[in-house]
Design a protein around this ligand. Structure first.
Ligand SMILES: Nc1ncnc2c1ncn2[C@@H]1O[C@H](COP(=O)(O)OP(=O)(O)OP(=O)(O)O)[C@@H](O)[C@H]1O
Length: 264
């Protein structure tokens, strides 16, 4: 058996996920390195969330092998592994109580909990939480109740929370879903800054829309019906042809600088 490559943040080999006879993922081989920023693109039901759940050590593959941050799933303590991964998703966001103070939404990530009860936080954690809220332009909302924020503000707080533990891998599941144009552009610009930051973790961003791909993202994985349509450098993989195959209809893709737009 070949030795594991320590520079690989995600290393999937022939991964399949089967549920009730359905193939959610099939024969997926995918490697993500430390300094890469990946976008995972595909239509509803393509298997994107299933893939994030594997990469986030929340699901085991039915077939194949999955290594995350050098640890092989099934042979490691996933609770320890999960503390090294920052995840932002709608499912996690739903667990944040509406009356939670925004600052606490972020700082509680360092204890892997939602809801601040009796935990005591080091002041270094308090400072980091403030800095992350500032980085995402929501420091002024730190003392507000989370439930009173707009959807765009909530998304930014969720990403700040995902970054709180200084993860080695950051995974964002549809971070721009439900945002208006201004809020989307604000988020895309902030994610671009993160993507260009050499100290930022490896990033995997899941989306349905090429318009939501932030500048600075380096690679793309296109999924359809649990299988890979194409993967590799973003400039090579994102073509009209590949996008049409992925979404199952004729599409034109245009590029403007580092942004993309698609239409039929
Ligand atoms: N437990 C299960 N049993 C059977 N099928 C399932 C199960 N869980 C998920 N699926 C199916 O697997 C497919 C992939 O689901 P997944 O959530 O990974 O897709 P997705 O690409 O994230 O979709 P979306 O963009 O709509 O969020 C879907 O068709 C879904 O209905």
């Amino acid at each position: 058996m070949p030795a594991a490559n320590d520079d690989l943040v995600i290393d999937l080999d022939g991964v399949g996920v089967t549920r009730s006879g359905a193939h959610l993922l099939r024969d997926l081989t995918w490697q993500v390195e430390l300094d890469e920023r990946w976008v995972v693109l595909g239509p509803n039901g393509a298997g994107k969330t299933t893939l994030l759940n594997i990469a986030g050590a929340r699901l085991y593959p039915s077939t194949g092998t999955a290594r995350v941050l050098g640890e092989r799933l099934g042979r490691t303590d996933v609770n320890e592994l999960r503390t090294r991964i920052g995840l932002s998703s709608a499912a996690l966001a739903e667990r944040i109580p509406g009356d939670e103070i925004v600052h606490n939404v972020v700082v509680t990530a360092s204890w892997g909990v939602v809801g601040r009860w009796r935990e005591r936080y080091e002041s270094i954690d308090e400072v980091r939480a403030r800095a992350l809220l500032d980085q995402f332009g929501v420091a002024g909302l730190a003392d507000r109740a989370y439930g009173t924020l707009s959807e765009g503000e909530r998304k930014r707080v969720q990403i700040a929370r995902a970054l709180m533990t200084d993860p080695e891998l950051l995974m964002l599941d549809e971070p721009a879903a439900g945002l208006d144009l201004g809020a989307r552009e604000d988020l895309v610009n902030r994610l671009a800054e993160l993507a260009y930051d050499p100290d930022a973790p490896a990033i995997v961003l899941v989306t349905h829309h090429v318009e939501e791909i932030p500048p600075g993202f380096t690679h793309a994985l296109l999924l359809r019906e649990g299988g890979v349509v194409a993967q590799g450098l973003i400039g090579t993989v994102l073509t009209s042809d590949n996008l049409s195959k992925t979404f199952g209809l004729p599409l034109k893709l245009e590029r403007s600088g580092e942004r993309f737009i698609a239409f039929s």
